[in-house]
Design a protein around this ligand. Structure first.
Ligand code: SDX
Length: 403
């Protein structure tokens, strides 16, 4: 095809409609969707250059400081601040078929990665809620929002307990995070007394708030792409959770802990940085597709880490993380590529100090992000959409006959 020049009109958002390209007989090849919007959304706003994150217009720093997780869930879902605890009451009062969840969770051998169990659990819950297939029914989606959050708490906690080879506990307590910790049973060390549990419960609530939504990350894009086929919300959650499981995405928090443990001491930090610069290894927890500045969530999480460690006791891995950050923020390799700590760099240290195993970290991320996934699914279903079916640039063989 001969080279050609085209003219296209860009709207006030700096975007043009992709179908204009097709009308002019051209395609845009953009595998990472770097410059391709797949949604018009009002839920979360990010300015990556400025390091800004807002939930329904409210800055994440204020939200994390002043709101609880289920208040944030209600804000993200309904678009406005709620004046009551209706969502919390609905989540805490939801009927959860614990035995049905246990049947799926127990079908996995002890030690199975809890993200694999979570993904299977979403599919099983979908099978027990055929009414969720009425995807265009806004009332059904509204009714299921608290139910899915209650089921996800139970499923996530049972999955973590199964991985740890212990019995899960009863979801008990006055906040979603506190109930989650108790539902994890013996998988979380709660021997440090109620005062510690108060600190850990508050810290986990802030971490859930920070992970609740993040516009069109890989997992949320998967949720919307699967939902565009009019797939039910539970089956769509399987795909979103599967995308989050990857070490480049939500699996990075677990990878960070493993990286810090592998580095092992301050003496080995410089050598690890050299290996990163030779492209032999990644500096997990660093870099971001959108943030070319400090991830504002990482800033808040550093404060959470200090609060948790003040109760849980020092963690030598923190000093290694801080040294990695110090070097990376000065070193040309990272500065020139605008690589800063992201949400996953410090969160694992907080989760570990609260008492979770590294394999549980991505489940904690997924439990919180289920709010965002459901909100994006609801936003999609509430409007007009077509099934997501990308074009391709074909580079294969021309027509040929079998011999
Ligand atoms: C999350 O999208 C979201 O919003 C995600 C998330 C959310 O809330 O949903 O914020 C959660 O997933 C955070 C990211 C967690 N992942 C990690 O920490 C894994 C390590 N980070 C990298 O894999 C990477 O930074 C990504 C995947 C996060 C972003 O990748 P991009 O945007 O595709 O960037 P890139 O790979 O094109 O990198 C540009 C350059 C490359 O070097 P050159 O080829 O130019 O020489 O920077 C280098 C990369 O090699 N680079 C890194 C690096 N990240 C980028 N080098 C070493 N270590 C890293 N972490």
């Amino acid at each position: 095809m001969a080279r050609k020049t085209i003219e296209i009109e860009v709207d006030e958002h700096g975007a043009f409609n992709g179908s204009e390209l097709k009308a002019q007989g051209v395609l845009s090849y953009d595998q990472p969707l770097l410059a391709t919007a797949t949604a018009r959304s009002a839920i979360t706003y990010i300015d990556g250059e400025a390091g800004i994150l807002r939930y329904r217009g409210y800055p994440i720093e204020q939200v994390a400081e002043q709101m609880h997780f289920l208040q944030v869930a209600a804000l993200l879902h309904d678009g406005e601040l709620q004046k009551d605890d209706a969502l919390r009451d609905a989540v805490f009062g939801a009927e959860v078929d614990r035995d049905r969840i246990a049947a799926v969770v127990q079908s996995f051998p002890e030690g199975s990665h809890p993200m694999a169990i979570l993904i299977a659990g979403f599919a099983a819950l979908g099978a027990s809620h055929p009414e969720a297939k009425d995807v265009k029914n806004g009332e059904m989606r509204k009714q299921f929002f608290p139910i899915v959050l209650a089921e996800t708490l139970e499923l996530g906690a049972q999955a973590i307990a199964r991985h740890a080879g212990v019995k899960s506990g009863q979801a008990d307590g006055d906040t979603y995070a506190r109930r989650f910790v108790r539902a994890c049973g013996g998988a979380v060390d709660t021997s440090r007394g109620d005062e510690a549990l108060d600190v850990f419960g508050k810290a986990l609530d802030v971490l859930f708030v920070l992970h609740a939504d993040h516009e069109l990350n890989a997992g949320t894009n998967a949720m919307r792409a699967i939902g565009s086929a009019e797939t039910d919300m539970y089956s769509s959650l399987c795909g979103a959770a599967a995308a989050l499981y990857g070490p480049l995405h939500g699996g990075a928090n677990e990878a960070v802990l493993r990286m810090l443990t592998e580095i092992g001491s301050l003496d080995n930090v410089a050598d690890y940085i050299e290996r990163v610069k030779k492209h032999e290894v990644l500096l997990y927890g660093f870099g971001h597709r959108v943030y070319k500045n400090y991830d504002p969530r990482a800033t808040v999480i550093k404060g959470v880490v200090d609060e948790v460690l003040a109760v849980a006791g020092e963690n030598p891995l923190l000093a290694i993380a801080q040294e990695l950050e110090r070097i990376a923020l000065e070193d040309e390799y990272f500065v020139s590529r605008k690589l800063y700590p992201n949400v996953d760099f410090y969160s694992g240290i907080a989760y570990r100090a609260i008492g979770f195993e590294p394999a549980a970290f991505t489940v904690l991320f997924a439990v919180a992000r289920t709010v965002g996934w459901l909100c994006h699914y609801d936003e999609l279903m509430s409007g007009d959409f077509k099934i997501t079916r990308p074009a391709q640039v074909y580079i294969g063989s021309g027509a040929r006959d079998l011999p």
